[in-house]
Design a protein around this ligand. Sequence first.
Ligand code: FMN
Length: 199
Amino acid sequence: MKNPAVTDQELHPLIMQRWSPRAFDSKLIEPEKLVKLFEAARWSASCFNDQPWAFIVATKDDTVNYQKMLDCLVPFNVSWAQAAPLLGLVIAQKNFKHNGKPNAWGEYDLGQATATLVLQATALDLVAHQMGGFDADKAIATFDIPETARPIAAIAIGYAGEASNLPAELQERETAPRERQPLSSFVFTGKWGSTSPFI
Ligand SMILES: Cc1cc2nc3c(=O)[nH]c(=O)nc-3n(C[C@H](O)[C@H](O)[C@H](O)COP(=O)(O)O)c2cc1C
């Protein structure tokens, strides 16, 4: 299933097509596509070119690591993400490599890298669904994540499936209209809250 954004302006097709479904097809992701996803993340911008991101991933055929990943998700996310052929954790490194000082932009850079990965996924006809609903402490213990890194989110990636395969309540959410706040609420000029004149 596809669910393109109904945007007020014509945007790049990748932006309009990207969305976060919960229905996944069982088809595994081809290894050459997997590499491309992370190559896309690799070429994201970052403060001091520090590249403070890391991804721990498990494909569904790697049953042991996949189950470990699934066990880190909150039950609601397990209910749908268990169909995804790839589950992962997106992780920010806390300190700059060049001086060891705290990197205040590490999570910002991780978000950009992940957004870049997700757009590349869209370009490869894949879908991705990011999740804040996971147990970070469990993830740290399960995957030996060092003190110098912080898991920020989980992600499910795969081919889009049919909404009809989801439980009824999730089917409804899958097909609900996608909504956004108006530009006037977040693009300002002069002072906070003062909408820019071009909006
Ligand atoms: C950081 C982050 C955390 C999220 N956490 C969850 C989650 O735990 N479970 C879930 O079902 N969706 C989660 N989502 C998906 C959002 O609900 C979704 O991106 C939002 O509703 C907008 O929909 P769209 O991505 O299809 O445009 C998360 C998205 C992001 C970026």
